[in-house]
Design a protein around this ligand. Structure first.
Ligand SMILES: NC(=O)c1ccc[n+]([C@@H]2O[C@H](COP(=O)([O-])OP(=O)(O)OC[C@H]3O[C@@H](n4cnc5c(N)ncnc54)[C@H](O)[C@@H]3O)[C@@H](O)[C@H]2O)c1
Length: 398
């Protein structure tokens, strides 16, 4: 057996995503043994002492520090996972690039398109591999939907519907965390959920070229964080709870000329993580929902006994599924999508194919979100410059 290639990992922020990235690095050699990649958990950073303790005692990092700059400067750290709150993404992403370190960064990469482009410029100048936390792309059922769009099984794509409905902020008594403030989060549900959905549409059907949007803020006050100077007071929420977009897909899209609607809410009561899409073509349709991520509903005929949606359950004909489970219908979960993301990132870092989403995809998504904010203010349609992410589902030139 050839010796494994060790890649030193530095983690910035030991919250929900920091733990998810770490589980992915740990699973990678088990799920992808043939890659010969051995992530080594070198150093973690978190301002919270509890995060640092957890990183060393539970996750297995060799050391933990308070200042993320130490992680980036550590010569044993080859790649950086950036899982901090949104307002830190730009400065950490730029710092990692300037240090020549490839990075896997959570979405949204910046508080808007301008910050995302700053990270893009730094990554381009340094020539480092990047990977964005657009994990829903990697659900095998989503990959199957993408195949059906690309190979023409659905015919000409006519219209799409997407919805990312979560209830994680539906309780008005939940405190005012960093997610609800412009300074620390940027936009609200646009950056948090709509960014994922826009990326999914880009990946599965192709680049969005024109949009109009409306947004709404409904739970406009929340209690100050316990332990903060304002504890006991209600403070204003500064970004939107809900957003809806009408979109057109550009000529470069596989689904060129399709129109559709995309919605995202963080305060929906009922849906828990109802993240999904429906794609309609002249010959067929597909629909997917993350709450049932191992299923794809497919309709490929309008005549005969099999017309209407047929439910396909994940099996080895869903790309990537059998790597995780040898038995059909044995469901994968969110963490598995992160394992796929980690593998695509580190294969690129190790000099192989760069097949993860990348900083250009993040810019493509962020520009749509910027246009949505602009349109929500003006009530006008906004045309987007054609900057498809490099992995968007674009039409091949004849
Ligand atoms: N890809 C996905 O599906 C997905 C899901 C959830 C969150 N996210 C994204 O991941 C990012 C992190 O979200 P989360 O839910 O893990 O947050 P979280 O609130 O669980 O954790 C944030 C962590 O950052 C630490 N932190 C704060 N300031 C810091 C600093 N200056 N230096 C180092 N650490 C610092 C906090 O102590 C905390 O441990 C966000 O950008 C979010 O949008 C992505």
């Amino acid at each position: 057996m050839t010796e494994a290639k060790t890649i030193g990992v530095g983690l910035i922020s030991v919250g929900w995503m920091g733990k998810a990235h770490t589980r992915a690095y740990r699973s990678l050699p088990i799920v992808y043994p043939e890659l010969g990649i051995a992530p080594r958990l070198v150093q973690a950073a978190d301002v919270a002492p509890a995060g640092r303790g957890f990183a060393v005692d539970v996750l297995g990092y060799e050391s933990a520090v308070a200042d993320y700059r130490e992680v980036i400067a550590n010569p044993e750290v080859d790649v950086v996972s950036i899982c901090a709150p949104n307002y830190l993404h730009k400065e950490i992403g730029v710092a990692a690039a300037e240090a020549g370190k490839p990075f896997w960064i959570e979405k949204p990469v910046g508080r808007g398109g301008a910050e995302t482009e700053e990270v893009e410029a730094a990554a381009d100048a340094a020539g480092v591999v990047t990977c964005i936390g657009f994990n829903y792309r990697w659900a095998p059922a989503v990959e199957r939907a993408r195949q059906l769009v690309s190979d023409g099984s659905l015919g000409r794509i006519t219209n799409i519907r997407g919805r990312f409905f979560g209830g994680f902020s539906s309780n008005p008594d939940d405190p005012l965390t960093w997610r609800f403030l412009r300074k620390t989060s940027g936009s609200g549900v646009l950056g948090d959920l709509m960014g994922h959905l826009v990326d999914l549409i880009h990946y599965v059907v192709g680049p969005i070229s024109s949009i109009t949007a409306a947004t709404g803020l409904y739970l406009s006050e929340r209690p100050a964080l316990p332990g903060s100077p304002d504890e006991g007071k209600l403070l204003p929420v500064e970004n939107e709870d809900y957003a809806t977009l009408l979109v057109r897909l550009g000529e470069s899209a596989v689904g060129a000329g399709a129109i559709g609607s995309l919605e995202a809410s963080r305060i929906a009561v009922g849906p828990r993580s109802e993240y999904g899409f429906e794609i309609f073509g002249t010959e067929g349709s597909v629909r997917w929902d993350f709450e049932r991520m191992n299923e794809l509903e497919i309709a490929l005929t309008r005549t005969g006994a099999n017309r209407g949606y047929i439910r396909a359950v994940a099996d080895d004909y869903f790309p990537g599924f059998s790597r995780f489970q040898p038995s059909a219908g044995t469901g994968m979960g969110f963490d598995d999508l992160k394992v796929i993301e980690a593998a695509r990132f580190l294969v690129g870092v190790a000099g192989g194919e760069q097949s993860s989403s990348n900083i250009h995809d993040a810019v493509a998504s962020a520009r749509v979100l910027d246009a949505a904010e602009k349109s929500a203010e003006s009530g006008q349609w906004v045309d987007l410059p054609l900057v498809p992410g490099t992995t968007a589902n674009t039409r091949k030139e004849a």
